[in-house]
Design a protein around this ligand. Structure first.
Ligand code: TIU
Length: 227
């Protein structure tokens, strides 16, 4: 009976039910250039401390998720070294002194294969865990994520990563329109801007869970440990 495997965790706007075998942990863009002091995000004047508080909760959750033998998927935002997949509009947006593809503090900014583009060591992917290289903010745009999830029979996503209002929100909205139920963990997602963190989460759970649910990592860890 499929229902025998259903787990329930407290969440808003109401408890989130999931079958772990049909659920994936989707960790969005926990990349050095967004999170590390001396990276691209810090170079733009952002407070990376707002994102770094998510590292330890993500590390604990990832450990428990792996221990339970469940699917983990990582994403990275970035572009081909020849920048052929970089929309000119994205390249020039903001009129910054440095932009995507330029030499930054940890190699060429948001270019695949460069040190700053890679995932932070604390959450480094293990062999066998799919890593989705995405050119946009959403994890489904121009990627094989949907095919991978369908091939594994996944219908629920536990979503973490950065930033709450940009790549996390975009990916959750894309997932929701494709029929996935998403639980976003508030202690495992971060924004450079506290007000966007708060509103980014409210937007997901408003109107009866218009895009998904919001919960806490400790509850997911507790649920999968008991399974
Ligand atoms: N991963 C992600 O959110 N990319 C961004 O560019 N985020 C910002 O908040 N800028």
């Amino acid at each position: 009976m499929a229902h025998e495997k259903l787990l329930t965790v407290p969440a808003e706007p109401y408890p989130f039910e999931f079958d772990p075998a049909r659920s994936a942990l989707l960790i969005i863009d926990m990349q050095r250039d967004f999170l590390e002091p001396g990276g691209f995000g810090a170079m733009l004047g952002n407070d990376v401390g707002q994102l770094r508080r998510t590292i330890e909760p993500n590390r604990r959750l990832l450990g428990a998720w792996r221990e339970a033998g469940l699917l983990v998927i990582h994403t990275r935002e970035g572009h081909r070294p020849d920048l052929a997949d970089l929309p000119p509009a994205k390249q020039v947006r903001g009129h910054g002194a440095k932009t995507i593809g330029d030499d930054g503090p940890m190699g060429r900014i948001l270019v695949r294969g460069e040190a700053g583009h890679d995932i932070i060591p604390e959450l480094y992917p293990k062999t066998g865990e799919p890593v989705i290289d995405k050119p946009g903010k959403g994890a489904f745009f121009a990627t094989d994520l949907h095919a991978i999830l369908q091939n594994r029979g996944i219908d629920r996503l536990v979503v973490t990563g950065v930033t709450t209002e940009v790549c996390v929100n975009t990916s959750v909205r894309e997932a929701n329109d494709r029929g996935y139920d998403c639980l976003v963990l508030e202690d495992c997602v971060g924004s450079y801007f506290p007000e966007f963190q708060e509103m980014g989460l409210k937007m997901i759970k408003a109107q009866g869970g218009i895009f998904g649910w919001v919960g806490k990592s400790a509850d997911v860890i507790g649920a999968i440990a008991k399974k």
